[in-house]
Design a protein around this ligand. Structure first.
Ligand code: PMT
Length: 408
């Protein structure tokens, strides 16, 4: 748990405006996570939003009464709507329905939330959330274009399955995605001159048209590192194996499946980046022959043999570049003798830094939300204790930047 003075949003004052969308339930988690990062949150709800999430829930999570009405003498006596508008460092409307987008575009002030938008000088961000047809409607698109022109920040929406069963754009970003947008908005952009190339996730090595070899990597560690670098203004290219994660804001993502494809993509881009971080769990071996048709079971056979051949070592190929070699960071996923195995990989692959993780435990490493790393470089080492991958990634970026600057 982060302290209020140590989080990435320490002291930032955020008005969370909730309008009437099914995605309002995500605001509970969002509020909790904003506060965990040190933000002060005041919640404003439209009348109909209360049909989707209760003001009591939001009061309990934010630690303050929810503001609901424009003409509420009690609320005006404590913090009136103009004062509230002046208090904010950011107004975030999430979910932002088609209706609230239309009303703020028209400059209406017929409830507390729309009035706040007119009265505040703080940046205003909207997180659209609606049926895909409503999102794509000309009126909504024109409203969003107008708001963009006026300097509003538009965060999302994501593409996917909707509450009504439709599939398309219009899903509100998850709480983690919105938190990341808020963090990016407030973060110091001190890495604009540095570009990162990353690999993340597993690779899939085909056996036949419907089967493949893979591993348990979720991609979370690599995506968190990409996000941490992008939040500080770095140019980030993320070469990703198949994962079920949203692309972090301001990250250019290239999707691949096999180690060969990942290798080819890395070869193309490595020379254009200052730092390469190989976080992907790349399959060391692939099938010697990929069957063109589905391999059939034969009743007469109790076993079959699959011949595997070596995949290219992607991180070693980058580390051995003779021209425009990026500062090269590898990972070591170990189940025993962490230091000895990691150091051996660092030396054999000629890495500037290796990040060792113990993947024998269920609560860290592969497919978990947490991890712990031990960093080794030629003249030193440093543990980064168990933490949420998002937090750990921020610490790792700090360490990488320090070593990269020393090596330059
Ligand atoms: O994705 P998550 O669920 O969040 O889990 C994170 C993680 C455990 C996958 C991550 O923290 C991690 O350890 N990634 C590296 C996994 C791995 O393949 O480790 P390794 O010790 O087998 O490989 C050593 C290094 O060589 C790695 O940087 C790897 O990317 C690289 N490698 C390996 C084989 C190969 N053919 N090419 C490579 O570039």
């Amino acid at each position: 748990m982060l302290g209020k003075n140590t989080g990435s949003l320490s002291g930032k004052r955020i008005i969370l405006g909730i309008s009437a969308g099914i995605a309002a339930y995500k605001c509970a988690e969002l509020t909790r996570r904003l506060i965990e990062q040190g933000a002060k949150v005041r919640v404003v709800m439209t009348d109909s939003a209360k049909e989707f999430i209760s003001p009591l829930t939001m009061q309990a999570l934010s630690g303050h009464p929810v503001s609901e009405h424009l003409f509420d003498p009690a609320a005006e006596a404590s913090m009136g709507h103009i004062e509230l508008a002046k208090w904010a460092d950011l107004v975030l409307i999430a979910p932002a329905t088609a209706d609230i987008l239309a009303r703020i575009t028209a400059g209406m002030g017929n409830d507390l939330l729309t009035t706040l938008c007119l009265a505040t000088q703080a940046p205003i961000a909207v997180a659209p959330a609606m049926n895909q047809q409503m999102y794509q409607a000309v009126a909504t698109q024109e409203n969003l274009a107008t708001l963009t022109r006026r300097g509003y920040l538009i965060w999302g929406p994501a593409y996917g399955e909707q509450a009504c069963g439709d599939i398309g754009p219009g899903r509100m970003l998850e709480a983690s995605g919105l938190l990341s947008c808020v963090e990016t908005h407030f973060s110091k952009k001190d890495l604009t001159e540095i570009s990162f190339l990353l690999t993340a996730g597993p690779t899939q090595e085909a056996i036949d048209p419907v089967r493949y070899l893979t591993n348990k990597s979720s991609g979370r560690m690599g995506y968190a590192i990409a996000q941490a670098a992008a939040q500080r203004g770095a140019k980030v290219t993320l070469i990703s194996g198949p994962v079920a994660l949203e692309t972090p804001e301001n990250v250019f993502r290239i999707d691949v499946e096999s180690a060969e494809e990942m290798h080819a993509a890395v070869q193309t881009h490595a020379k254009d980046h200052e730092i390469f971080i190989a976080c992907a769990a790349v399959a060391d071996f692939k099938a010697a022959d990929i069957a063109t048709q589905k391999v059939k079971k034969k009743e007469s056979l109790n076993e079959i043999t699959l011949t595997l051949i070596k995949n290219p070592d992607i991180v070693a190929s980058v580390a051995s570049m003779t021209k425009n070699r990026p500062f090269t960071v590898g990972f070591a996923a170990e189940t025993q003798h962490l230091e000895a195995h990691a150091q051996k990989k660092r030396i054999q692959k000629n890495l500037d830094l290796i990040c060792a993780n113990d993947v024998s435990r269920n609560d860290q490493g592969f497919n978990s939300h947490q991890n712990a790393l031990h960093l080794y470089w030629d003249t030193g080492n440093k543990p980064l204790p168990l933490n949420d991958k998002t937090e750990l990634a921020k610490q790792l970026i700090n360490e990488i930047i320090t070593l990269y600057k020393k090596a330059k």
